[in-house]
Write a protein that binds this ligand. Structure first.
Ligand SMILES: [Zn+2]
Length: 312
């Protein structure tokens, strides 16, 4: 087995998150320097046994469309050694532990667009890869009123183990995938895919979709323009920097990988009660893919059109 294939093997994480079918279907490739060994060498060997699953899964790495999709909160996977961080299984199956529906949505978008994507392999409860390490929300002891006992009283070693085995290798996988694609596939846009709960801390959220942007608003403006048209027909409520904005420090992954490179980027948040069935996820994947297919060519120098649906 090639080292790259080892990294990409669907594992328990996918099965638990309900994403296995989509991912197994996806063409999985990696640039050569993304090998499992390389990512493994970055981590301290002594705690490796605690983190048996791949920290990142790079799919369609060689895809043709100039788009990289990222899914930071793809799964609720928590290794056995952590004993569910003291939570009940039904608590782990909610937005508290991951973004329900976001991974299969990302896979379906990638399939529709012939785009590459990277999924994080562990629950945000172990460490949130979309938060700076200095952020108090990097490892939470409470989320939406749910106490996380397994995150209380962590030692420096506990924290650094999660950084070394999840945060760093995930970001390394994103960085090297992007570097390979910029070199081999030319200009890229980066789209971060998330889902949000319809109710948070007792407050209802009215938006169907949120478009989140920071200083570079080019891609967000174009995407909103497309979604407004769709929204009129489908009666969608679109949030601009809602339910989160970069002020909530949720733009970390895009800041780190896209903004610093000057790449057009945007974060898309779909309310997770709209992602509960294959049909509803496909509807959103088709909407977002259609919008990106129309707007992305104007963000890459050669303006080459993306493959039309069903052309591959
Ligand atoms: Zn998220």
């Amino acid at each position: 087995m090639k080292p790259a294939a080892m990294l990409l093997q669907p594992g328990r994480a996918d099965a638990r998150a309900g994403t296995r079918g989509s991912i197994e279907k996806a063409r999985t490739e990696l640039p050569r320097d993304h090998s499992h060994d390389r990512i493994r060498r970055m981590a301290s060997a002594d705690r490796w046994h605690e983190f048996p699953d791949p920290p990142a899964r790079v799919c369609n790495g060689h895809a043709r469309a100039p788009i990289l999709l990222l899914c930071d909160h793809a799964t609720n996977a928590i290794p056995k050694a952590f004993e569910n961080l003291g939570l009940q299984p039904d608590q782990l199956n909610t937005h508290v532990a991951f973004d329900p529906g976001a991974a299969p949505l990302t896979a379906a978008m990638a399939e529709a667009l012939d785009a590459a994507y990277v999924l994080c392999g562990y629950s945000r409860l172990l460490i949130d890869v979309n938060r700076a390490l200095s952020d108090p929300d990097s490892i939470v002891t409470e989320n939406d009123g749910i106490r996380v006992p397994g995150n209380e009283g962590l030692t420096t070693e506990d924290r650094s183990g999660r950084v070394a085995h999840i945060y760093e290798p995930y970001h390394e996988a994103v960085a090297s995938t992007l570097a390979w694609r910029l070199k081999e596939r030319g200009a890229q846009v980066v789209v971060s895919v998330h889902s949000f709960a319809s109710r948070m801390r007792g407050i209802e959220r009215p938006w169907d979709v949120g478009v989140v942007f920071n200083r570079d608003r080019r891609l967000a403006r174009a995407l909103v323009g497309e979604l407004v048209g769709v929204g009129k027909r489908a009666k969608l409520t679109i949030g601009l920097n809602e339910p989160y904005s970069p002020n909530d420090r949720v733009y970390h992954t895009l800041e780190r990988h896209a903004e610093t490179r000057g790449l057009p980027c945007v974060m898309v948040e779909i309310r997770n009660d709209e992602l509960t069935t294959c049909e509803s996820r496909q509807r959103w994947a088709d909407r977002l893919a259609a919008a990106l297919r129309r707007i992305v060519p104007s963000f890459v120098p050669d303006g080459r059109p993306l493959s039309p649906p069903g052309s591959r």
